[in-house]
Design a binder for this molecule. Structure first.
Ligand SMILES: NC(=O)c1ccc[n+]([C@@H]2O[C@H](COP(=O)([O-])OP(=O)(O)OC[C@H]3O[C@@H](n4cnc5c(N)ncnc54)[C@H](O)[C@@H]3O)[C@@H](O)[C@H]2O)c1
Length: 367
């Protein structure tokens, strides 16, 4: 089987998730080319070397520019903190490589626009892995087939508690220049991605972003939290539907509560990422909500297992995302969300921030 050279930057939470997914993809999917783990980069060269050994990369480096320059590397996967995405993606595109970048795309709209511009006519994919779930694919096809009737409402919540404790120390995630927005970019980008994927274009937004814990401890004392801990917003969709979203990184008890409900004139669909193998459905005339359990008839589930209800997990969604990337690079899938689609998510997030600052509805045409 022909090989596709992979260069991966970053060895943290997402670096490992990408490495596992690239290793598994050729076993799960029927691919033209097998991902070849060519080069692994991390700012910490010794960590890059140790992880390369464990994860099966051929080479490692402490210099991400050397990874991009390496002829064996055909696709560059970026799993570094947000402020590095633009510089790394632009350099990889300039070197003629395909780019697979973690979300959020960038720390601000100017960088996101530069990335989308450079990616025109090129192969790019962003790490919106939750879109790959079998229940989300089923929801999308049911909505497209009109099974819920005309969509009238979207309700979305993405709650986690990873920064709920004031004792959680200050980090890059609290610094505007390194993270961009806070919960909005980190969690809200996924929720906005769901709204666009399941309901469609957003025309206008209103909302408020707020910081709950104003400062956190560093090695030298306290430092300010420069971005939002929570977001409450309303959306107006181009098809007339209305939406409400609630995003928090300080919501005690929640670990990955990416929950959406879509209501149409004939029924309601409900999904929660903490139970990713289930889709709840109510159609007019039903006695109550029914739970549909994901199985091989709901792609990409069948590629992983022939048995319904045996369940996929987070890592499988990352493998499914890599499968989609490889199909896109082979020309058989249209990559989504690519940088152009990512820019739409960034514009909606920026519009919510502007609505909060200026205390008014913001039309997306303004950004
Ligand atoms: N799609 C998802 O579900 C998901 C989940 C978590 C994080 N993310 C995104 O993934 C990205 C990384 O998050 P994480 O949680 O893995 O962070 P992390 O802190 O665990 O890992 C970041 C990695 O980048 C490396 N790094 C930093 N600067 C570097 C440089 N100049 N050169 C090379 N390597 C460098 C660090 O050493 C570390 O290995 C963020 O953009 C985040 O938003 C996505």
């Amino acid at each position: 089987m022909a090989r596709l050279g992979v260069g991966l930057i970053g060895t943290g939470f997402m670096g490992k998730a990408h490495a596992l997914a690239f290793s598994a993809a050729a076993s799960v999917f029927d691919l033209d080319r097998r991902p070849h783990l060519a080069v692994l980069a991390d700012a910490d060269a010794r960590r890059a070397e140790a992880c390369a050994e464990r994860w099966g990369f051929e080479a490692s480096t402490g210099d991400w520019r050397a990874l991009i320059a390496e002829p064996r590397v055909e696709v560059v996967a970026i799993t570094t903190p947000n402020h590095l995405h633009a510089e790394m993606a632009l350099a990889a595109l300039a070197a003629g490589k395909a780019v697979y970048c973690e979300k959020p795309m960038a720390t601000g709209l100017a960088d996101a626009r530069r990335m989308a511009e450079a990616a025109r006519g090129r192969r790019t994919l962003l790490g919106y892995n939750y879109l790959r779930g079998p229940a989300i694919g089923l929801a999308k096809s049911m909505i497209a087939a009109g099974e819920l009737g005309e969509i009238v409402a979207f309700k979305g919540r993405f709650a986690e508690d990873y920064m709920a404790d004031p004792a959680v120390p200050h980090s890059w995630r609290c610094v505007r220049a390194l993270a961009g927005s806070g919960a909005l970019g980190d969690l809200g980008s996924h929720l906005i991605g769901f709204a666009l994927h399941l309901v469609g274009e957003v025309q206008a937004v209103s909302g408020e972003v707020s910081t709950v814990i104003a400062e956190r401890s560093t090695a030298r004392g306290k430092a300010p939290v420069e971005n939002d801990d929570q977001v409450h917003a309303v959306l107006r969709f181009a098809n007339g539907a209305r939406g409400v979203i609630d995003i928090s990184r300080v919501a005690w008890g929640y670990k990955n509560h990416l929950a959406v409900e879509i209501t149409g004139t004939k029924g309601t669909l409900a999904f929660n990422q903490e139970r990713l193998n289930e889709l709840r459905l109510f159609r007019k005339g039903d006695a109550g909500f029914a739970t549909i359990l994901a199985g091989p008839q709901h792609p990409p589930y069948g590629a992983f297992s022939p048995a319904a209800g045996h369940q996929l997990g987070y890592g499988d969604l990352k493998t499914a995302e890599v499968g989609h990337l490889l199909a896109g690079l082979a020309g058989s899938d249209a990559l989504y969300p690519n940088f152009a689609a990512g820019l739409v998510i960034e514009r909606i997030a920026a519009a919510i921030e502007r609505a909060s600052t200026e205390r008014r509805w913001v039309d997306l045409a303004e950004l």
